[in-house]
Design a protein. Structure first.
Length: 94
């Protein structure tokens, strides 16, 4: 996949999603990302992901890391379609 043009890259949001089981290192990862300059949010339900990123876009934050809460079985199925939606909107999700 090719890199976006410079003008498009300037508009692209950069989002890191962190998931995992309890004790799997999510907190350590989030602390490291915060130290690297990311704005970090812990335990965000997947259903709030798009609304949260829209709010952050208005605030001008470009590098966001989110620990997504997928502990409940009802939340997990929402995550993959949301990632696909965000990518189609030009958000770089890692």
């Amino acid at each position: 996949m090719s890199e976006p043009a410079p003008a498009a890259a300037a508009q692209q949001s950069d989002v890191v999603l962190v998931t995992g089981v309890s004790g799997g290192g999510k907190s350590v990862t989030m602390h490291a990302l915060e130290d690297a300059g990311f704005f970090c949010v812990d335990n965000l339900p997947p259903e709030l992901l798009v609304d949260f990123l829209n709010l952050e876009k208005q605030r001008g934050k470009r590098r966001v890391a989110i620990a997504v809460d997928v502990r409940s079985a009802g939340s997990l199925p929402h995550l993959l379609p949301l990632i696909k939606q965000l990518r189609s909107e030009g958000v770089r999700v890692r």
